[in-house]
Every structure is written in structure tokens, then in C-alpha cells.
Write a protein that binds this ligand. Structure first.
Ligand code: NAP
Ligand code: MG
Length: 401
């Protein structure tokens, strides 16, 4: 079979530790044999980030803006221990944070569902994709511990010097106060990324806040979503046969637990933090969560939701056998290649992605899987394979499809 030809390069961001080892195996076994891979390669491994003073991360984000689609391997976010381990010039920032800020993007996370590893919520037949607004609210708050009786006020001083003032509380004893904010521009970017991703994946979009209680703050989120939808997306949604649906957060939670899944759930920052942990825990394994960063103008960066799996890497370095799950990283590649295929009109890339995902899931459904899945599967005949043998098994399934 002739290899699929690409026209536009994919931005390839290599990473660290065990996922860097998997990255190469996936390329060698599952991609290069089938696709004439055209990629613009950026080494985001910690060593090279340090050598380039993190310029490589910035360059990779700029390349993503230029070409529109990237695929990223997990990377180390340095802490004090890593600074010592890698003898770093400084404690470089999280690459994901840098890239997200440069693309002004929103992260969408979804579990990969497979027979034999059913979600704890029995009604969920399809994945629920969670979109978390990654700016502001309680994550950028200021707080005061009130020592005793006194008056707390909220004061805004305009650039023109005009004041807006409201009493928060007349304290008669000790207590606490919190101030937080968000920005219209950030909420708008979040809304646009959600609408874009819903269109791109042809899924309904749900959004919920507590605007019955927070009549100005949460209401602003709702208004921005509503007006953006009405003015820019309603017709496109109608055409795609999908829906935008707003409800109260309490109602959303109740509906989610009874739903079949298969939609995008957009959440404010705190709700998204908590609810994404709930959805991923209910679906079993961190190694089965995909993640895609989407910018408001429709630029995509695909990755796995998990980290570099450091503990397995140290075993690997000692020459011990590892059984690290490559599925989320494989799906990052299939997601990126499918998107590249859609943008460039290359059916071969879309077909490869569909078939490779199918091969991955059938391999697991046939009982061959990595150790993390053996622990949670209901398949009594499940067999644990090491990382490399599992990837080779997927290739064999792919060849047989
Ligand atoms: P992690 O790499 O996600 O791993 C945590 C644990 O989860 C592993 O020790 C393993 O459990 C299990 N696990 C995760 N992915 C797995 C997989 N593919 N297959 C099998 N088991 C898997 O998180 P971490 O150990 O906290 O972080 C390691 C490094 O990753 C850190 O330096 C952190 O900065 C970085 N990180 C990067 C990203 C990113 O680039 N997006 C995200 C998160 C963390 P067992 O050990 O019990 O087998
Ligand atoms: Mg959390």
C-alpha cells in the first residue's frame, strides 16, 4: 500500500521521560509505515528547553499558529527537584501554560471509552468532553482574614477616577472576605473556543453557571455565551444539526448523571476543575484521557491528559520491563492527523485516524492491554503486555482490519 501523502506539515512537539520513549515507538510502528509524515519537529524535552532558554516552546507555539494543528508529547513542568536533576538554568514555566497563553486557548478533555472498561455511571455510552475556562475567578482571587468588627467594601476606581462602591458586609466580629474577577475578553475567547470545538466535533454544547444567585458575575458569562452564539454561531449550529444549551449548574449536574454522554460540557474555572476530575475518575484511567487545546480562531493542539509517567521511566532506565499505556498519546496523533486531513481535504489521513483508533480499541477489547487497564477491566481473559508489545499488537490489528 502506498503511504498517505501530506501537504501541510503537522507541528510535532516531542517531550520527556516515558512518554518520549512511547512517542518514538508510536511513530515507528503506527505512523511512519502508513503516512509519509511531514512534520515540523520541536524538541520540548526539558534538556533542550533549557539549552534554548525555553525559546523552543515559543517557536513551537508560533509554528502551531502558522500551520493550525500540533501534536504534543507530555513534558516535565520543572519544580525544585527537576532543577537539580537536570541542572537547569532556571525553573522554566510549564510548556502547556506558555502554549495555552500564546494561543489564548481552552482545553477540552474527553475519556476514551472501550468495552470491558465501562464508566461507573451506567448511562454514559459516549464520552463527555469537559471544557474548563482556564482564567480568573477563585484562581486569581485576593482574600482577607477579617480580624474583628468593621466594614468591608468593594471599590472600583475607574481610569477617570470615578468610584463605584458597595458594602460587602458590616462585620460585628471576625470573618473572611474574598475578591475575584474575570475579563469579558477572556470569557469571549472561552465561548468562541467552545463553539468552534462543538462544530468541529459535531457535538452539542452545554454551559451552566449559578446566575440565579450571581446576578451580575455569572450572568455576564451567560450573556457573553448567548450573544456570541446568536451573532456568530447559531446558523452554523443549525446547519450542523447541533445545539447550544444553557442551564443552571445544579440542573446540569443532575442531567449529566442521567445522560448518555456525547456532548461538550463547558464549565467555569472552578466547576471545570472539580467536574473534570469527576468525569475522568468515573471513566477509570488517566491514561485513557485525551486533551486538545483549541484557540478561539480554531487552532488545535492535541495531547494526552497524563504526564510523563516518571516512575515507569526510572524502571525503563534500569532495564526493567514497563507496561505504560500509549493509548492517549496514540489518540493525540489520530486527532491531529484527522484534523489535518479535514483542513487539507486529505481523506487518507482521516481514514488512517479512524482505522488506527478502531485498531487500538479492538486490541484492548480482544484482551490485549497494558497493566493499568488489566487492573480495571471486566474482561477475565485480559493479558498484560509491555509497552512495545502492546503497540505492536495494535499494528497487527490494524493490518488485519
Ligand atoms: P503522570 O505522569 O500522569 O503519572 C502519574 C501516575 O499515573 C503514574 O505513576 C502511573 O501510575 C499513572 N499513569 C499516568 N499515565 C499513565 C500511562 N500512560 N500508563 C500507565 N500509567 C499511567 O503524573 P506525575 O507522575 O505526577 O508527573 C510526572 C511528570 O509529568 C511531572 O514532571 C509533571 O510535570 C509532568 N506532567 C506533564 C503534563 C503534560 O505535559 N500535559 C501533565 C501532567 C504532568 P503508577 O505509577 O501507579 O503505574
Ligand atoms: Mg482538579
Amino acid at each position: 500500500m502506498a503511504k498517505v501523502q501530506m501537504t501541510t506539515p503537522i507541528v510535532e512537539m516531542d517531550g520527556d521521560e516515558m512518554t518520549r520513549i512511547l512517542w518514538k515507538m508510536i511513530k515507528d510502528e503506527l505512523i511512519i509505515p502508513y503516512i509519509d509524515l511531514k512534520s515540523e519537529y520541536y524538541d520540548l524535552g526539558l534538556k533542550y528547553r533549557d539549552e534554548t532558554d525555553d525559546q523552543v516552546t515559543i517557536d513551537s507555539a508560533n509554528a502551531t499558529k502558522k500551520y493550525g494543528v500540533a501534536v504534543k508529547c507530555a513534558t516535565i513542568t520543572p519544580n525544585a527537584a527537576r532543577v537539580e536533576e537536570y541542572d537547569l538554568k532556571q525553573m522554566w514555566k510549564s510548556p502547556n501554560g506558555t502554549i495555552r497563553a500564546m494561543l489564548d486557548g481552552t482545553v477540552f478533555r474527553a475519556p476514551i471509552l472501550v468495552k470491558g472498561i465501562e464508566p461507573n455511571v451506567k448511562t454514559w455510552e459516549k464520552p463527555i468532553t469537559l471544557a474548563r475556562h482556564a482564567y480568573g475567578d477563585v484562581y486569581k482571587n485576593v482574600e482577607i482574614a477579617v480580624p474583628g468588627a468593621g466594614k468591608a467594601e468593594l471599590v472600583f476606581t475607574g481610569a477617570d477616577g470615578k468610584e463605584i462602591r458597595q458594602t460587602i458586609m458590616d462585620f460585628d466580629g471576625p470573618g473572611i472576605i474574598q475578591g475575584m474577577h474575570n475579563k469579558d475578553a477572556s470569557i469571549k475567547s472561552f465561548a468562541k473556543a467552545c463553539f468552534e470545538y462543538a462544530l468541529s466535533t459535531k457535538q452539542d454544547l452545554w454551559f451552566a453557571t449559578k446566575d440565579t444567585i450571581s446576578k451580575t458575575y455569572d450572568a455576564r458569562f451567560r450573556e457573553i455565551f448567548d450573544t456570541t452564539f446568536e451573532s456568530e454561531y447559531k446558523e452554523k449550529f443549525d446547519k450542523a444539526g447541533i445545539e447550544y444549551f444553557y442551564t443552571l449548574i445544579d440542573d446540569a449536574v443532575a442531567r449529566v448523571m442521567k445522560s448518555k454522554g456525547g456532548f461538550i460540557w463547558a464549565c467555569k474555572n472552578y466547576d471545570g476543575d472539580v467536574m473534570s476530575d469527576m468525569v475522568s475518575s468515573a471513566c477509570g484511567s488517566l491514561a485513557m484521557m485525551t486533551s486538545v487545546l483549541v484557540s478561539p480562531d480554531g487552532i488545535y493542539e492535541y495531547e494526552a491528559a497524563h504526564g510523563t509517567v516518571q516512575r515507569h521511566y526510572y524502571k525503563y532506565l534500569k532495564g526493567e520491563e514497563t507496561s505504560t499505556n500509549p493509548v492517549a498519546t496514540i489518540f493525540a496523533w489520530t486527532g491531529a492527523m484527522r484534523k489535518r486531513g479535514e483542513l487539507d481535504g486529505i481523506q487518507g489521513l482521516i481514514d488512517w485516524a479512524d482505522k488506527m483508533e478502531k485498531a487500538t480499541l479492538s486490541t484492548i477489547e480482544g484482551g490485549q492491554m497494558t497493566g493499568d487497564l488489566v487492573l480495571i477491566t471486566s474482561n477475565k481473559d485480559a493479558k498484560k503486555l509491555n509497552s512495545e508489545d502492546f503497540i505492536k499488537a495494535i499494528r497487527a490489528t490494524y493490518e488485519a482490519l
